[in-house]
Design a protein around this ligand. Structure first.
Ligand SMILES: *[C@@H]1O[C@H](CO)[C@@H](O)[C@H](O)[C@H]1NC(C)=O
Ligand SMILES: *[C@@H]1O[C@H](CO)[C@@H](O)[C@H](O)[C@H]1NC(C)=O
Ligand SMILES: *[C@@H]1O[C@H](CO)[C@@H](O)[C@H](O)[C@H]1NC(C)=O
Ligand SMILES: *[C@@H]1O[C@H](CO)[C@@H](O)[C@H](O)[C@H]1NC(C)=O
Ligand SMILES: *[C@@H]1O[C@H](CO)[C@@H](O)[C@H](O)[C@H]1NC(C)=O
Ligand SMILES: *[C@@H]1O[C@H](CO)[C@@H](O)[C@H](O)[C@H]1NC(C)=O
Ligand SMILES: *[C@@H]1O[C@H](CO)[C@@H](O)[C@H](O)[C@H]1NC(C)=O
Ligand SMILES: *[C@@H]1O[C@H](CO)[C@@H](O)[C@H](O)[C@H]1NC(C)=O
Length: 486
């Protein structure tokens, strides 16, 4: 089975100006309308001028045919603060009425490619002549997935087709372009080229009808919350001064009865240990189980909301057996307190802790690991902490709000370095301002990934925050400029 991914959006923004910065729309060297038209003609009219998703919420701004309530366009990104909150729908976090709606930090153009040839044409000669610069690709990084049962997605990729920034289409597998094949499996998103096709090892979707999942064991996620966040997440009727912990477990081909048999003894022990001799417990425990008919319903139950306008910055760590079992109790207590520290105690905070690992990951042969951070193979928990108040309105700009959050998270980053110096973090769900991002996101693979990137992206056209080689560049949200660090 060959899953063909024939849709890809390239956001062409900025060419290299002789020297330090890539080209930007107001530069004299920015391609003319005629240049853009000829690029458009060479790719079958697939060039789109950006229309920010929320443009229709702003009368008299950029023309849009999408209603204010239904945002979907290739430019949409999860966290608009990273695009300088350039065109927010009214009243979401970060919204300032006077700012209106601009292209601002969003890409100026998008190539809505439907064929590999269009991608190659856009990337190669014509595009380089026009805009030799930054190309941001959208798409998923095939690194994580059903770890517990089958191992991580990156371990099941057999072949990848990729269009490079030079416009070459390469087939990467165990026999050719092995270095690129390795890097594309876990070595960071959008850094090496545009992937048009993955060949994946196929597995049946888990369902209660599959005998091969009996060995899968228990997976799940835990949430710890405080303040108003606890009221919201745990549907409390009033605020509490303590921590609310909700732990969800899931298991395939199991029953409520079997799950309860596993979980009850643990709850009984927690209840007993938290009850002093005087009798009344400091802990309240509630527990319930449910069954889901199939994998589709399961995914929809555990998936979050897709509301617009999120502004968070998080900090996370992959924790293994060593960090969980060999850490002195008092140290552990202090680390957890730091993890739950919050800037605004009234608002409160939350931490989510995913159960990772399992036999699938552990049994993956090292040859199938790709460039994935090695800590994935020993991780038991993916611990995501929050707590910073990310408020671009009070801070005055998205740039300053992100800088403030980065500074506030220094204490948490320091705590992870003490607790789990050898582990690392999942680059897609962590603090992109982690000063140790090379070691924490890529580990021992970093230097080799730099070489692979230099070989396939000769013009350094692909830039990703905290991506491989990103320390050579500075992206300034205020000016919208990507400049080489001197
Ligand atoms: C590209 O060409 C198509 C077809 O002619 C047109 O609809 C589209 O608006 C053009 N794109 C730009 C950015 O001009
Ligand atoms: C935004 O909030 C203001 C003040 O609460 C309200 O008057 C306005 O109707 C809201 N706008 C939208 C589009 O919801
Ligand atoms: C980013 O937003 C700030 C205001 O928060 C604004 O001054 C600046 O011009 C914006 N930059 C871009 C590139 O849109
Ligand atoms: C992108 O191209 C596809 C296929 O031609 C088309 O269905 C889709 O509407 C296009 N998207 C936009 C935003 O123009
Ligand atoms: C599910 O698990 C039970 C054991 O609990 C096993 O007997 C059965 O074969 C498994 N598969 C199916 C399809 O029920
Ligand atoms: C999954 O289960 C739900 C609820 O029972 C049902 O509506 C849906 O059709 C099922 N989907 C598949 C793919 O079997
Ligand atoms: C703290 O959070 C509360 C509740 O969300 C909010 O009302 C208050 O304005 C926040 N304080 C600051 C300083 O941000
Ligand atoms: C990356 O992180 C986002 C936000 O947490 C999440 O929605 C998405 O599923 C993640 N992607 C992958 C491939 O894990």
């Amino acid at each position: 089975m060959l899953p063909l991914i024939f849709w890809s959006a390239l956001c062409l923004t900025t060419p290299v100006v002789a020297g330090r910065c890539k080209n930007a729309p107001l530069d004299v060297t920015w391609p003319s309308e005629t240049d853009w038209s000829s690029l458009n003609a060479s790719i079958g009219g697939h060039l789109l001028r950006i229309v920010p998703v929320a443009a229709s919420c702003w009368p008299n701004s950029i023309e849009s045919h999408i209603s204010c309530n239904t945002f979907y366009q290739p430019d949409s990104i999860d966290y608009p603060i990273y695009a300088n909150n350039s065109c927010l729908p009214p009243n979401v976090t970060g919204y300032v009425h006077d700012r209106g709606c601009t292209t601002g930090g969003l890409p100026a153009y998008i190539v809505n490619a439907t064929t590999e040839i269009q991608i190659a044409t856009a990337m190669s000669g014509v595009m380089r002549a026009l805009v030799e610069g930054r190309v941001v690709t959208t798409g998923q990084d095939p690194s994580v997935g059903l770890g517990l049962t089958y191992g991580l997605d990156a371990s099941h990729v057999l072949q990848i087709r990729v269009v490079t920034t030079q416009g070459e289409t390469l087939v990467a597998n165990d026999a050719q372009h092995q270095d690129l094949f390795w890097a594309l499996r876990g070595g960071g998103p959008g850094l090496y080229g545009v992937v048009t096709d993955y060949v994946l090892r196929h597995h049946p979707a888990p369902s209660n009808a599959l005998p091969d999942l009996v060995d899968a064991g228990l997976a799940g996620a835990c949430m710890m919350s405080t303040g108003e966040a606890a009221v919201r997440f745990a549907s409390l009727s009033e605020a509490t001064t303590g921590v609310v912990i909700s732990q969800v477990f899931w298991s395939f081909n199991s029953t409520s009865f079997a799950m309860e048999a596993l979980v009850r003894p643990v709850l009984t022990r927690i209840g007993r240990e938290s009850t002093p001799n005087s009798g009344s417990s400091a802990v309240t425990i509630t527990f319930s189980t449910s069954n889901l008919a199939n994998y589709t319903s399961f995914i929809s139950v555990i998936s979050g909301s897709s509301a617009a306008g999120s502004q968070s910055v998080i900090s996370s760590r992959l924790l293994g057996r060593r960090e969980l079992l060999d850490t002195v109790h008092t140290d552990m207590t202090s680390y957890l307190k730091t993890a739950l520290q919050v800037q605004n105690a009234t608002a409160g905070t939350f931490a989510t802790i995913g159960l990772q690992g399992g036999p699938g990951v552990q049994q993956t042969p090292p040859g199938d690991w790709g460039a994935l951070l090695p800590a994935w193979h020993t991780a038991c928990l993916h611990f995501i902490a929050n707590g910073a108040t990310v408020d671009s309105v009070t801070a005055g700009s998205s740039k300053r709000a992100l800088q403030d959050a980065a500074r506030w998270y220094e204490a948490k980053e320091h705590m992870w370095q003490l607790w789990a110096p050898e582990a690392g973090a999942y680059m897609n769900e962590t603090n992109p301002f982690d000063p140790e991002f090379k070691r924490d996101f890529y580990g021992a693979n970093y230097d080799r990934l730099v070489q692979v990137k230099a070989k396939y992206d000769l013009t350094e056209s692909l830039f990703v925050l905290a991506g491989v080689g990103s320390d050579r560049w500075d992206y300034d949200l205020d000016s919208g400029r990507l400049c080489r660090v001197s």
